[in-house]
Ligand binder design. Structure first.
Ligand SMILES: Cc1ncc(COP(=O)(O)O)c(C=O)c1O
Length: 371
């Protein structure tokens, strides 16, 4: 298997732990093990007693039971727990696709969503989100991209990097299309439950039929990336069986402490999400004001979900140079859109962290100082 380097992850590896401010994080504010254990009386004592042997390969039954609460039609045996969402993406592609298959991918996107399929010898076609359409996807365009060999459609909403949240009617129509045409629909829902208005929450893909797979994780909305607990949920028993068999070659089973903590966190997920949504709401107001003040430099579209957006730098300066100068001069990290292969001079900005106001102030100072 020949797979290209993951540009975004390599960029983070270079800077993430050395800069003063990561102003492009896609995950929300995290918390400590102690904070998490304090959510429930007796949890700290139970954690001390938690057994550190191998765990059940599919994920602990009680964790899978808890994950089911995110969905309306899913039973524990339809949930497969992984080491983060990333392992699940990798195994889904390995299990579902063969060389020569055609795959349609929501683009721009988190690189593994297209790169793993490409590395398997699939033909990958981009279903493009365009800035001028508010990053919306067009179903007629999808119909036009369809081929007799189309095996899977990969979508991500709420979306990395644009923050786009698909309208429910479009999302349902997309599922109908995949179902009618007998394609798999891989629905990357890692930013689900971070809708700024709860009424905008989409149904989970897995609840819409056997053709669909939902991808979830503790990393983003709940701020628990360090647990490395992700999962898929699906009614597709054959695909589930294949993914579970492949897991024997990657992680075998999940980290026992992480499973304990993930289960605890998910029992309190509404509280964790509410805390992070409050941070997002405060930060978004600051961003609206900032982008209004600096409309000469940036084009801004406020997203309806999640903790990231994809504004555009106006003028002649290439976004890579702008981000490079910012990180060197002000120790503030933004993510150039070129890392997604996107040519539009956009950058990813993150606003799910407590320290975003300070990071934004540094950015603004840099603009004043550096022009
Ligand atoms: C759309 C999308 N899917 C999957 C992942 C992987 O999530 P994790 O790092 O928790 O495995 C990410 C992480 O940024 C993402 O943005």
């Amino acid at each position: 298997m020949k797979i290209a380097p993951f540009k975004l992850e390599r960029y983070f590896a270079r800077y993430e732990f050395d800069v003063d401010y990561v102003l492009c994080a896609s995950d929300c504010e995290s918390l400590s093990v102690g904070d998490l254990l304090a959510l429930e009386p007796g949890a700290a004592e139970r954690f001390q007693q938690h057994w550190l042997g191998y765990t059940e390969s599919l994920g602990s039954p009680t964790l899978r039971q808890e994950i089911c609460r995110l969905y309306t039609t899913i039973a524990p045996e339809q949930v497969l727990v992984h080491a983060g969402a990333e392992e699940a993406i990798f195994l889904f592609m390995q299990a579902a696709l063969d060389a020569g298959d055609h795959v349609i991918v929501h683009w721009p996107c988190y690189q593994s969503l297209h790169e793993v399929a490409r590395s398997l010898g699939c033909t990958v076609t981009r279903w493009e989100a365009r800035e001028e359409n508010g990053w919306a996807l067009d179903l007629d365009e999808l119909r036009a991209l369809w081929q007799p060999t189309t095996r899977a459609v990969i979508v991500n909403t709420p979306h990395n990097p644009t923050g786009y949240l698909m309208p429910a009617a479009t999302y349902r129509e997309l599922h109908t299309l995949a179902l009618e045409r007998e394609a798999l629909l891989f629905s990357d829902e890692v930013y689900r439950e971070s809708e700024h208005d709860l009424a905008d929450r989409l149904p989970a893909g897995c609840d819409l039929g056997e053709h669909a797979v939902s991808l979830g994780v503790t990393s983003k909305t709940y701020g628990l990336a360090g647990l490395r607990i992700g999962w898929i949920a699906t009614h597709n028993a054959e695909l589930y069986r294949r993914m579970a068999a492949l897991k024997d070659y990657t992680t075998i089973c999940n980290s026992a402490p992480s499973e304990f903590l993930a289960e605890l966190a998910l029992r309190h997920r509404e509280r964790l999400a509410a805390r992070n949504l409050a941070i997002i709401a405060r930060n978004l107001e600051l961003l609206d004001a900032f982008f209004a003040r600096r409309a000469d430099r940036f084009a801004w579209q406020r997203p309806r979900a999640g903790a990231i957006a994809f504004p555009r730098l106006l003028g002649e300066q290439p976004i890579e140079t702008f981000c490079d100068e910012l990180v060197r001069a002000a120790s503030v990290l933004l993510l150039p859109g070129t890392l997604y292969g996107h040519p539009g001079n956009c950058f990813r900005i993150g606003f799910g962290r407590e320290n975003m106001p300070e990071a934004l102030a540094r950015l603004e100072q840099h603009l004043v100082g550096g022009g």
